[in-house]
Design a protein around this ligand. Structure first.
Ligand SMILES: Nc1ncnc2c1ncn2[C@@H]1O[C@@H]2COP(=O)(O)O[C@H]2[C@H]1O
Length: 308
């Protein structure tokens, strides 16, 4: 899933419109292409001998038959047979947070399938544009690098950085295209993924032009909580979240995002994000635990036309 494929549509009062400059910056960062060379995972050679020995072209891939792929991801949408065939392609290797999977402008065209190492914690990758601004997040079950595979003469449209320990299945672009051709649900699933991405971008642009920063952020946080939240309980104490057994139900967003990254996603400056977070904290809607944002189940979200 691409955070966040839109599930709800909301309008906003035009009186809360934000600057067109902010909007155009985000739009530009999605479409500008400037070739640039940087070392890539692909340039560092094929998979290590260890990784090759774990090539999924083995019957061992059967244990992934029951893997809990997150909802609306490429893998979740494929039929079990197609899923098995995709996992049998290419090689896999572990990645650590901070490792760059592919840099912006790179000419390589492998396709990557992201997978969590632990079925209870979703792996994530951050997608950043040429200006280093966060454009999107991909999680376990998503394919990454499909754009260059579709047009082999193009360069990577964004930098992809792993943000939690993950296993990455890598396959040559041509093999991925063959997979799509040979499986009835292949192309359809890829199109649905790209449609989600377009819809999300459209919704963000609507929000950017119509809604106040706090509303944009509230919607994003609730979407993140729905898609990537881990159920928990909290007793908010003003700043942090004290754990408690009988306290408010909440969702801890498993992906760590700083204010700058949140600002990139909703088209706002870091100080505006700080103010919006403070407002939500004061209303008992969010708190912070180990630098993870916790979204608290509270009627107060209705103020922003959302409810977790
Ligand atoms: N706006 C975006 N939203 C989600 N994923 C993206 C976005 N821009 C780029 N990507 C992904 O990042 C990858 C970078 O390499 P590719 O251009 O081959 O394919 C790209 C997509 O898989």
């Amino acid at each position: 899933m691409i955070i966040g494929a839109p599930r709800k549509r909301h309008g906003c009062d035009r009186s809360t419109a934000t600057g067109a400059a902010e909007l155009s910056q985000i739009v530009m960062s999605e479409f500008l292409l400037t070739p640039e060379s940087a070392p890539t995972v692909e340039d560092s050679g094929a998979a290590s001998p260890r990784a090759r020995s774990r090539n999924m072209n083995t019957p061992q891939s059967g244990w992934l038959d029951h893997w809990p792929w997150p909802e609306r991801t490429f893998m979740e949408r494929l039929s079990p047979a197609s899923r098995r065939d995709l996992l049998a392609l290419g090689t896999q290797r572990p990645f650590q947070p901070g490792e760059v999977l592919s840099p912006y402008g790179d000419p390589a065209n492998s396709v990557y399938l992201l997978r969590s190492r632990d079925s209870k914690v979703s792996a994530c990758a951050k997608i950043t544009g040429v200006d280093g601004k966060l454009l999107a997040i991909r999680v376990s079950g998503d394919v990454i690098g499909e754009i260059a595979a579709l047009e082999p003469s193009s360069r990577r449209s964004a930098t992809v950085t792993i943000c939690t320990a993950a296993t990455v299945h890598r396959m040559p672009g041509a093999e991925f295209l063959r997979f799509l051709d040979q499986h009835p649900d292949g192309w359809q699933t890829l199109c649905r993924t790209i449609a989600d991405r377009l819809a999300w971008a459209d919704q963000r642009r609507l929000d950017f032009s119509d809604c106040a920063v706090t509303v944009r952020l509230a919607r994003l946080l609730v979407e993140f909580a729905e898609s990537y939240g881990r159920r928990t309980t909290v007793r908010p104490n003003g700043n942090g979240c004290d754990d408690g057994s009988t306290d408010a139900a909440a969702w801890e967003i498993t992906i760590r995002l700083n204010y700058e990254e949140l600002g990139n996603l909703v088209g706002a400056r870091i100080d505006a994000i700080g103010l919006a977070m403070r407002e939500m904290r004061d209303l008992g809607l969010v708190c912070l635990r180990n630098r993870h944002i916790v979204v608290i189940d509270n009627k107060g979200w209705e103020k922003y036309s959302v409810q977790p």
